[in-house]
Write a new protein. Structure first.
Length: 115
């Protein structure tokens, strides 16, 4: 059973910053594309950011310039630094590892941005 362990998140005021992190097994981390999704109440889960094993990244348009995804190879960790947070960023954030139609998910961590 592959486990992705998330940490971080919490409550912050609009304009503030938070970081969420996800630790993956080394065998997963070194190969899989690591992604962050989020899901707000009553909405579909959406892709926020992704980073591949070669370090290339992509972001959804609404977070470009505010969020940064990164990998810490020594710690098998993927981080999502979120700056200039807005109330519409409030959601449960999920870590995901993806390769060749195989997906692994973390348990999710709540991010709440107050106005």
């Amino acid at each position: 059973q592959v486990q992705l362990v998330e940490s971080g998140g919490g409550l912050v005021q609009s304009g503030g910053s938070l970081r969420v992190s996800c630790v993956a097994p080394r065998s997963i981390f070194s190969i899989y594309v690591m992604r962050w999704f989020r899901q707000a109440p009553g909405k579909q889960r959406e892709l926020v950011a992704a980073i591949s094993s070669d370090g290339s990244t992509n972001y959804r348009d609404s977070v470009k310039g505010r969020f940064t995804i990164s990998r810490d190879i020594a710690k098998n960790t993927v981080n999502l630094q979120m700056n200039s947070l807005k109330p519409e960023d409030s959601a449960v954030y999920y870590c995901n590892a993806y390769w060749s139609s195989t997906n692994y998910w973390g348990q999710g961590t709540q991010v709440t941005v107050s106005s």
